[in-house]
Design a protein around this ligand. Sequence first.
Ligand code: IMP
Ligand code: MG
Length: 175
Amino acid sequence: MCNSPRISKIIIDEDELEVRCEELAAQISKNYEGKRLTVIVVMNGAIFFAVDLLKRISVPVQFDTLSVSSYIGTESSKQVRLRTKLKLKLENENVLVIDDIFDTGSTLGWITEYLNKKNPSSIGTCVLLSKNKSRTTDFIPDYIGFEIANEFVVGYGLDYNELFRNLPHVGVLQF
Ligand code: IMP
Ligand code: MG
């Protein structure tokens, strides 16, 4: 396709992603020591990050996936829709939600509120990326992989209209 977007700049390479997953996994394992963890992976964006993170966590983990939609193209529709239901019960569990990116924060805020209604004993949030921008919400994720500039990124799970998720790094698109 001749007019398709290309990566103009790699902002996080494979090695940096691996090192950061190791650091976050060590931190999470320490914070949940002696407990079991119920991880909710927000599909599809968080899939690459979740795999690399979860295989390095040392406490017992059970995980489930949740699918929501909130974005069309590069604009947030600000409306979150649940597309799949959970199979695991969350009552009295220590829940950790893993998402790809904290942009406006509305998706993770909505998901946390939704999961809280299932009476977990705790609920934490972990994102690979957080955009440096002003937000109307006070909510911030408990674990953040990287703070990035306010630009649209793809790769390592993140998409532009479902494409580019398979890139091994995080990069900026040139349109
Ligand atoms: P939020 O609700 O505005 O925080 O956006 C949440 C969702 O929008 C994320 O989970 C991503 O799927 C998508 N998103 C936000 N920013 C980007 C980006 O730069 N690249 C790809 N997807 C993004
Ligand atoms: Mg997306």
